[in-house]
Ligand binder design. Structure first.
Ligand code: BDR
Ligand code: CA
Length: 309
């Protein structure tokens, strides 16, 4: 099994990534680290707790991380119009849900426990993961690999014309991560934007889903799709960026890659923009960057896991 520590900001596609990680018997979710991003830190933490509670998986530790970027506070913009007032579409997690949270140092404890078996997946702003690099530099070297949803190569961004939302939210932290992480895979917007679920697919899945998350699927997707219909005329569904990032851990061949060193621009009008040097003379680098999605394989895998349980 793949032992995953998930840094996230649920958020609809993060929520789907959590559900997927819980439902896939080949993934062991060993912790969830929550940060500001799609909604505030407190809200996304409550959402993560709700999703674990629904599945009876309150054994999985929840560790709250950053509540704001290290860059200008203006980046602390949240996105209820995409993800819902509370972050999971029209669903309101019970306000009286009680759950346990762990102190930040639990991240160090988890790394020590799993060492080179541990896979870190970050589907949120990079602030918290960058903080882990800062606080526990020796520990972060122990982990097996790091997967990051962020950046947009060769295509426009979604937060600005140039920048994708996770890297735009705290480009200084994103740059720290892409420069220092070993064994790093990036699944950027240019690939995740093709990991689209159609309305028909979601209808099929929710009809046939028998697990604890079945009732969530249709309402959260519909909410999310409404936003994408408006923002991307002609789109035939909504992209589940974060779920694809978790999926790639277990199914690396669902995407094709190139190997380069990436940079995230930290200031100026291009803030949050990611780029690689693709001039013919440039050296290939160490980061595996996804460039093409095998759509049918993605859908097959999605169906298989979501219909589990
Ligand atoms: C990323 O930004 C967030 O809003 C989504 O959850 C995803 O992680 C896509 O750019
Ligand atoms: Ca996210």
């Amino acid at each position: 099994t793949k032992k995953i520590l998930l840094f996230c900001d649920p958020g609809i596609d993060d929520s789907l990534a959590i559900m997927y990680s819980i439902l896939d018997p080949e993934i062991e979710l060993v912790g969830i680290v929550t940060s500001y991003g799609n909604l505030t830190k407190d809200q996304v933490t409550a959402n993560a707790a709700y999703l674990l509670d629904l599945a009876g998986r309150t054994d999985i530790p929840i560790i709250p991380g950053a509540s704001m970027p290290v860059q200008e506070e203006q980046n602390l913009r949240i996105y209820p119009e995409i993800h819902g007032e509370k972050g999971i579409g029209p669903i309101k997690p019970p306000s009286n849900l009680r759950y346990k949270i762990y102190p930040f140092d639990m991240i160090r404890v988890i790394i020590e426990k799993y060492k080179n078996e541990l896979i870190i997946v970050d589907t949120g702003r990079s602030t918290t993961l960058a903080t882990v690099f800062n606080l526990y530099p020796e520990h972060i070297k122990m982990v097996h690999s790091i997967y990051v949803m962020g950046g947009a190569f060769f295509v426009p961004g979604n937060a600005t014309a140039l920048a994708e939302a996770n890297f735009y939210g705290d480009p200084t932290s994103s740059n720290l991560v892409v420069k220092n992480a070993h064994n790093l895979t990036i699944t950027p917007l240019n690939v995740t934007q093709h990991a689209v679920l159609s309305e028909e697919m979601v209808e099929f899945i929710s009809k046939n889903m028998k697990n604890v998350y079945a009732f969530l699927m249709e309402p959260i997707f519909k909410y999310y799709y409404e936003f994408y219909k408006k923002s991307t005329p002609g789109i035939q569904g909504a992209p589940i960026h974060d779920l694809l990032t978790v999926m790639v851990v277990k199914n690396p061949s669902i995407v094709d890659y190139i190997h380069y060193d990436a940079t995230v621009i930290e200031s100026t009008e291009a803030k949050g923009m990611s780029f690689i040097d693709i001039r013919p003379t440039s050296k290939k680098g160490k980061t595996r960057i996804a460039v093409k999605l095998h759509y049918d394989a993605f859908i097959e895998e999605f169906k298989k896991v979501m219909l589990n349980g």
